[in-house]
Every structure is written in structure tokens, then in C-alpha cells.
Design a binder for this molecule. Sequence first.
Ligand code: SF4
Length: 205
Amino acid sequence: MLFEPQYRHDNKAARVAMTLFRLTQAIKKMTQSESDQAGLSPAQIQGLLFIYHTRSDVASVGNFADMIGSSHVTAVKIINGLMEKEFVQKDKHPSDKRITLLQLTEKGFVMARRLQDWGSSLEEVMSQMSDEVLDHLELGLGSVASTLQKNGHLVVSEPCLGCMHFQPNIGDGNEPHYCNLIKKYLAHEATLKECPEHTPKLRGE
Ligand code: SF4
């Protein structure tokens, strides 16, 4: 029904859904063009950026699949492509051999650093909007993202700050922070990396 104009005319949720659908098409086109310049596919670039920004003990194939919303098999194919280019290497998780962790090679690290501006064409478009419009969008789209997350369609990885499991500054020098979820002390640098289990604090907490 979403693609039927008359139905959309009478249905606000369908109109917004169609707008989001169209936006994804435009974003896909923009990121494809930026990826072509780097000689990689958008999914490969997301793979490199995922490993670069994610805490090393959770930079797994499974979490990458969840982040891009693909099957495990598809994620493995993307990673294999990056391994053929010598950007990525795999390792077994030290305490759970069923989990495959991903690391950047030196060459992959250099490429990931070069890709930090990937997505900037979209940011450029957004920067043409007024602050007021951006405030409304941030609120509205944040709500869309959190509903998609609650329904299991989206994984949002964020650093520790703002996570309900984060206990800052309760440990010693090297690992001053603590995570109540994984029951581990964490180095400050590790808490600045993205974590797929980040759970935002409720307002007022
Ligand atoms: S669950 Fe929260 S506190 Fe724990 S590592 Fe992830 S982001 Fe940090």
C-alpha cells in the first residue's frame, strides 16, 4: 500500500515511511559515488570503519552483520573481500572460539584513516538546513531509530558515555572505568570506541 499515492495521501505514517524510503535511495546513491572514488564498495567501507571504531573485543563478524543489517554469510563475504585486499585479518576470540574477531592490518588502518570523511556529502546537505530544522530532525529521527532498535531492525553502536551500564572512574590507573553488563574494567581508550551493546540511559538517570 505504501507505494499507492492515494493511500499515502490519507495516511501520515505511510507518507513518512515513503519519505524515509526515498531518503535511503538518495543516501545509497551518494555513498556509492563516494565509495567509487575510494575503489571499494560501500559495504567494504562500512566494514573498515566498523573495525576502526569498534572496541576490539566486540569487533566480530556477527556484530558487523547486525550493524549493516545483513546475514552472517553476506558479512563473511564482505570481510573476505577485505582480506583479499590485505586490509583485514581474522582471529578467534580468546575466551570464545565460536566468535571471530576482526582486526585491521597496517594497510587497512591507513585506508580506514583515509576514509574518515566518507559520508561527508550527506553531512554537507544537512548543514544547509537551519538549526531549528536540525533540532526537529534530530528528535524525530532519533525516535525512528529507537523504535527500529526496539523492534530488532537496527543496532546502534555508541561509546560508553551515556550508557546505563557505564560506571566511570571506579577502578585504578590503567582501567579506571567499569561496565556492569560485561562485568569488566575498561581502559579509557576502550570506552571511547563504539559498542553494539550500548544502552542509552533513561532521561533523568
Ligand atoms: S555495554 Fe555500555 S558500558 Fe558496557 S562496554 Fe558497552 S557501551 Fe560501554
